[in-house]
Design a protein around this ligand. Structure first.
Ligand code: LMR
Length: 353
């Protein structure tokens, strides 16, 4: 598989791309309200003379489940439409943060995103279900829920807000890392935790007695190193590729939550593609989703093994009884968000566990 990075882009080209997130795009996004915010778009050619370009920035390393799936999408889409479609994947926050990519997609400055479901918190409560601590015991349970009618309906949640969902991609289950072992939730008392932009995650940390700080992924390593934050939560593949294990002496294998992505496009852009290209790219996306979602767990286990082999971080494991204490203690967090998420959706997820 070819993993293309931005190595070939000059700094100037990059900074021009970053500047395209203009004030206009942010204003458009902020004032979109409940409209779809789509613009008048002529049918694109996607021809050899005038190829369609899909810019696809994301924030994780090329080695992660998302990094590998995005690279495969690039490879297969270009192979399917040689010269007619080009895909440029920008991994590792090289082009922009997730926060910036929402208005950029909305404004048509980029064409595809794969952002953690947690980070759509400002736009919908529907995805908060994926952040409820200890709702999903493992990736297989998440997969069953996402493939259910309820889960598939969630894919379209943001269509009328300018984000057409094409797929759910998995990363994996989250673990805590900290400067001290967290054997029970109360051990987190007083620690500052980096979290993603999510009110559920904020309540989760408050519930443990910690202090939550929302922060972009790209800032976390330095914040841990300099003591701006003490602790964080993420998947094995993110903890490994972002090297958090080098500066966090303990990793708690709680598997307390899920990180997965909504792969989305601007509906206006998508509809403007010639039909054969649009349906072809949707087929490619289905193939990539199946491939990536089957491998996500394997990638996370590979990276867990790398961390163990490094000897840098001690992994704290838990018995079922010990985990039951964590689960019980975090249950009040569900109550805060249950009505917004829809109690029936939570019940469906539980029934598929
Ligand atoms: C994070 O910010 O921790 C995650 O969204 C990173 C990811 O996997 O995209």
């Amino acid at each position: 598989m070819i993993i293309k990075t931005t190595g070939h882009l000059s700094m100037i080209k990059k900074s021009i791309l970053i500047k395209i997130i203009t004030l206009k795009s942010i204003i458009l996004f902020l004032f979109a309200g409940c409209s779809n915010g789509t613009n008048e778009t002529a049918q694109l050619a996607c021809s050899l003379d005038d190829p369609c370009n899909i810019r696809f920035p994301h924030v994780t390393a090329p080695s992660t489940p998302k990094g590998q799936a995005a690279a495969l999408f690039e490879e297969l889409a270009e192979a399917r439409f040689p010269g007619r479609v080009t895909v440029d994947v920008y991994p590792s926050s090289q082009l922009m943060t997730d926060d910036d990519s929402l208005p950029a997609l909305f404004a048509g400055e980029i064409q595809m995103i794969a952002i953690s479901l947690s980070k759509f918190d400002r736009m919908t409560q529907a995805f908060q279900i994926f952040d409820l601590p200890f709702l999903f015991p493992n990736i297989e349970a998440v997969e069953r829920f996402q493939n259910s009618d309820t889960g598939q309906n969630l894919l379209g949640t943001l269509n009328d807000r300018g984000f057409q969902g094409l797929a759910f991609w998995h990363n994996g289950m989250k673990e805590f890392s900290a400067p001290i072992p967290l054997r029970v939730p109360e051990d987190a008392n007083g620690l500052k935790f980096r979290i993603m932009e999510s009110d559920v995650l904020e309540e989760q940390i408050l519930n443990m007695g910690g202090s939550p700080q929302k922060m972009a992924l790209g800032e976390v390593y330095q914040a841990l190193q300099t003591g701006v934050i003490d602790a964080q939560e993420n998947t094995w593949s993110n903890i490994y590729s972002a090297k958090y294990y080098e500066v966090q002496p303990y990793i708690m294998e709680t598997n307390h939550g899920y990180i997965g992505y909504l792969v989305a496009v601007n509906p206006d852009f998508w509809q403007s593609l010639p039909e054969d290209v649009r349906t072809g790219l949707e087929e490619v996306m289905d193939e990539v989703t199946q491939w990536g979602n089957q491998r996500a767990e394997e990638i996370n286990l590979r990276d867990r093994a790398e961390i163990v082999a490094s000897g840098d971080s001690e992994i704290i494991t838990f018995s079922e009884d010990e985990l039951a204490v964590w689960q019980q203690s975090m249950r009040p967090v569900w109550e805060i968000f249950a009505d917004g998420i829809g109690r029936e959706n939570i019940a469906i997820a539980q029934s598929l566990n």
